[in-house]
Design a protein around this ligand. Structure first.
Ligand SMILES: [Zn+2]
Ligand SMILES: [Zn+2]
Length: 93
């Protein structure tokens, strides 16, 4: 067994471990992603009461199946998905 070779291999292993850890840290720091659509979030992002981050589209609890306060969420969903509301919007345009 070549002692020098074994030592080198261990050093490479250690270096890779440190590099990986740093990469994970960086990724967590920079890349915030929407919990719903996995879209990259830059300056604009929203943290919901369910403690997940979301883009503008999914910031509302009813847009990401929010696990927080599901009763109120259901009522809101019924309101939002009311066909009359959609119809009014279409007429306006
Ligand atoms: Zn999203
Ligand atoms: Zn939520």
């Amino acid at each position: 067994m070549d002692v020098k070779e074994a030592k080198e291999a261990e050093e490479v292993k250690g270096a890779n471990k440190v590099k990986e850890a740093n990469e994970v840290k960086e990724a967590l720091k920079i890349e915030k992603r929407c919990y719903q659509c996995n879209k990259k979030l830059k300056m604009i992002n929203f943290t919901c009461r369910c403690e997940h981050k979301f883009c503008i589209i999914h910031q509302n609890p009813h847009n990401h199946n929010c696990s927080y306060d599901s009763k109120a969420n259901l009522q809101l969903k019924l309101k939002i998905e009311n066909p009359q509301t959609i119809h009014q919007k279409l007429v306006k345009i």
